[in-house]
Design a binder for this molecule. Structure first.
Ligand code: ZN
Length: 411
C-alpha cells in the first residue's frame, strides 16, 4: 500500500556533508593521530567498501528476473489449468475479465464440486497483486491454493471438511499489465498500465492505482493524474477493478461472500475497516459494535499467526478494495500487509527488495504467514459453518415443524 512521492524521496536522499565554515587553507598543520588500534580492521573494510561501490556503480539491483524466486504472470494460466486438470472435482479456473492491455484476469475456485454453485457454501476470497510491484502477495495467493489442494488430496479430514463447506476463490494477479512491467524490470511500478493524458507511457506515472478505484469514499482519493495513487477518472473505471466487482456480483458464483483478504506488501500489518486512520476515527460508529468486535477478534488471531501488528498506516487511503467489499457485501474483508524490506527508496533499483523478500528462506517464511492466515479464516474457529449433513438435518427438522404447525392450524 505504501507509496512515496518524489518530494518525500528527495528529502530522504542523504545530503552532502556540510563544509566547515572558514578558510580551510589556513588549516595547514594537521596532527596525524597516534597509530590507531583499528587499523587492521580498516584494511579489511576498504576492499569491502570498494566492492560495494563497484556494485553501486554497475547499477546492479535485485529484480523480479534476477532473484528468480517468483512465478511469472505468463505462467499463471498454465499453473491454474494444471491444478484444474489434476483436480477436476475440486478446482475450476474462471476468467472473470480482461485487463486494459488484453491479458486474462484469472480466478481459481477451490471447493468440492465447484461447478455446482451451492448457495449454502459461504465464499472466501484471497487476492494478491493489485499493486504490481508487490509480487510477494501474488506468491502468497498461489501457495494458499496449492496448500488447500494438497491438504485435500492427502485425505486430511480438516481440509476435506473445509472444502465441503466453504467456497474458496483465489485471485493471484489482479493487475497483469502492471505485473508484466515489473517482470520486464520496472520494479517500481504500482498501478495498471492504462495511459491517461498527463501521464508518460511505460513510466511509473502511467496508470491508475487499482486500490483507489473502488467505491468506498473514492471521491477522497487522489485525482492528481501522475500520482502513484491516482484514483482514475471515475469509480471502477478500470477493467481490472470493474471485472472483479462484476464477478462478486455474479449470483451464480458469489451469493454469500463471508470474508476476504487482499494481500499487499510495503508494510507489515493487518488492516480491518475502516482501514484508513481518519476514516476509522470519524466513521467507526457506522460499523455495528458486534461486527467491530468480530473484526477485532479475527485481527487478534491473525496477529498471533503472523506476529504482525494491527495498526493502521500513518497516511489516509480511500477507494480501497477491501473497505469497498466490506461496505458492499458486509463481508469480513481486510488487507494484510505481508512484508517490508526496510531499505531506503532512493531510486528504481531499491524497490524490488523493499516490497519483496529476495532470498528463498525469507520468501517462504512470509508466504507461510499468509497461508496460516488463510487457514485460520477458513477454520471453524474463525467462522463456524455447518456441515452439509447438519444443513440437511436442519432443513428436515424445519419441514417437520412446519407440517406440525399446519396440522394444528387445520385440525
Ligand atoms: Zn499495496
Amino acid at each position: 500500500m505504501r507509496y512515496r512521492n518524489s518530494l518525500q524521496r528527495a528529502t530522504l536522499r542523504p545530503t552532502s556533508p556540510q563544509r566547515a565554515p572558514g578558510n580551510h587553507l589556513h588549516a595547514m598543520v594537521i596532527p596525524w593521530p597516534a597509530p590507531p588500534a583499528f587499523f587492521p580492521l580498516l584494511r579489511l573494510l576498504v576492499p569491502f567498501l570498494l566492492f560495494w561501490l563497484m556494485l553501486a556503480a554497475s547499477g546492479w539491483a535485485y529484480t523480479f528476473q534476477n532473484t528468480g524466486l517468483y512465478q511469472s504472470y505468463n505462467n499463471l494460466s498454465a499453473w491454474a489449468n494444471t491444478l484444474q486438470s489434476q483436480n477436476p472435482n475440486l478446482v475450476r479456473v474462471v476468467q472473470y475479465g480482461t485487463s486494459y492491455q488484453g491479458n486474462p484476469l484469472l480466478a481459481v475456485n477451490i471447493t468440492v464440486d465447484p461447478a455446482a454453485d451451492n448457495p449454502n457454501k459461504p465464499e472466501f476470497l484471497f487476492a494478491g497483486g493489485i499493486h504490481a510491484r508487490e509480487v510477494i502477495g501474488s506468491e502468497a495467493a498461489l501457495k494458499i491454493a496449492e496448500n488447500l489442494v494438497n491438504g485435500y488430496r492427502n485425505g486430511d479430514p480438516l481440509y476435506q471438511n473445509m472444502l465441503s463447506t466453504r467456497d474458496v476463490w483465489i485471485i493471484p494477479q489482479q493487475n497483469p499489465d502492471g505485473r508484466l512491467a515489473v517482470e520486464a524490470g520496472r520494479s517500481d511500478h504500482r498501478k495498471n498500465m492504462h495511459l491517461y493524458p498527463g501521464q508518460i507511457a511505460n513510466h511509473v506515472t502511467c496508470g491508475v492505482d487499482l486500490n483507489r478505484n473502488y467505491p468506498h469514499l473514492w471521491n477522497l482519493a487522489s485525482d492528481y493524474v501522475p500520482h502513484e495513487t491516482y484514483r482514475g477518472p471515475s469509480v471502477l473505471s478500470e477493467p481490472e477493478a470493474y471485472s472483479l466487482w462484476n464477478l462478486l456480483h455474479d449470483q451464480s458464483k458469489f451469493s454469500n461472500l463471508l470474508a476476504s483478504v487482499d494481500f499487499h506488501s510495503g508494510a507489515t500489518t493487518i488492516l480491518t475497516p475502516w482501514s484508513s486512520p481518519t476514516d476509522y476515527a470519524q466513521h467507526q460508529n457506522q460499523i455495528p459494535l458486534a461486527v467491530r468486535n468480530k473484526f477485532a477478534s479475527l485481527a487478534a488471531a491473525l496477529q498471533q499467526k503472523t506476529g504482525f501488528p494491527t495498526d493502521r498506516l500513518t497516511y489516509d487511503y480511500y477507494g480501497t478494495e477491501s473497505d469497498s467489499l466490506f461496505e458492499e457485501f458486509d463481508s469480513y474483508s481486510m488487507t494484510i500487509e505481508l512484508y517490508n524490506g526496510g531499505n531506503p527508496l532512493y531510486n528504481v533499483d531499491d524497490y524490488f527488495q523493499y516490497f519483496n523478500p529476495v532470498d528463498a528462506a525469507a520468501r517462504d517464511a512470509t508466504v507461510k504467514k499468509a497461508v496460516d492466515s488463510a487457514l485460520y479464516l477458513l477454520s471453524d474457529a474463525a467462522f463456524a459453518v455447518p456441515e452439509p449433513a447438519t444443513l440437511v438435518l436442519l432443513a428436515a427438522a424445519g419441514l417437520i415443524l412446519l407440517a406440525l404447525v399446519r396440522r394444528r392450524r387445520n385440525p
